[in-house]
Ligand binder design. Sequence first.
Ligand code: 5GP
Ligand code: MG
Length: 179
Amino acid sequence: MKRIKLLDKEFALSIPASDIKKALWEMASKINAELHDKNPLMICILNGSFMFSADLMKLIDFPCEISFVKLSSYEGMGSTGKVKQLIGLNEKIEGRTVVLLEDIVDTGVTIEKLIGQLNAQNPRDVKVATLLFKPDACKRNVELDYVGLEIPNDFIVGYGLDYDGYGRNLPDIYTVIDY
Ligand code: 5GP
Ligand code: MG
């Protein structure tokens, strides 16, 4: 199995780019079927979702907008449990369908907080599309409308996800091997 090193940690290949691509096709075909007449506003949650959002948007087959928010909750290899909002949303979402584009739902704290903030602005509907989901880590009861892959509760990097800033450029996803 292919291994890489980032800073002080070693990682082993766990989700090859071909599996990511397949998951994206499945998510996009569901979104295309369900939301083509809803004029949804896609919201990419930076930083981790930049690559997922870019690739997913290329598979959306109806005219739609994308905007960006920047949140941060992770330090090193763990959630701090607190969500910092670093850049907010400029668009009006009242009466609109919005789709949150998240790289991974781990504890669920980030997505729950953002859904709460958005609901205060009276959108028509808030949907969640996450490439990855860690069911064993999730402590919150959040409804995930589009899930690419369910994964074990291990720290991963690649395809937008980082270890202290590194690894976001990797086209495949890797799991940490030495804690
Ligand atoms: P949550 O609030 O659900 O615990 O985590 C949300 C954010 O933490 C994700 O959007 C992602 O940016 C980061 N995160 C969660 N799990 C991992 C992981 O295994 N690896 C990396 N690099 N980031 C993660
Ligand atoms: Mg994220």
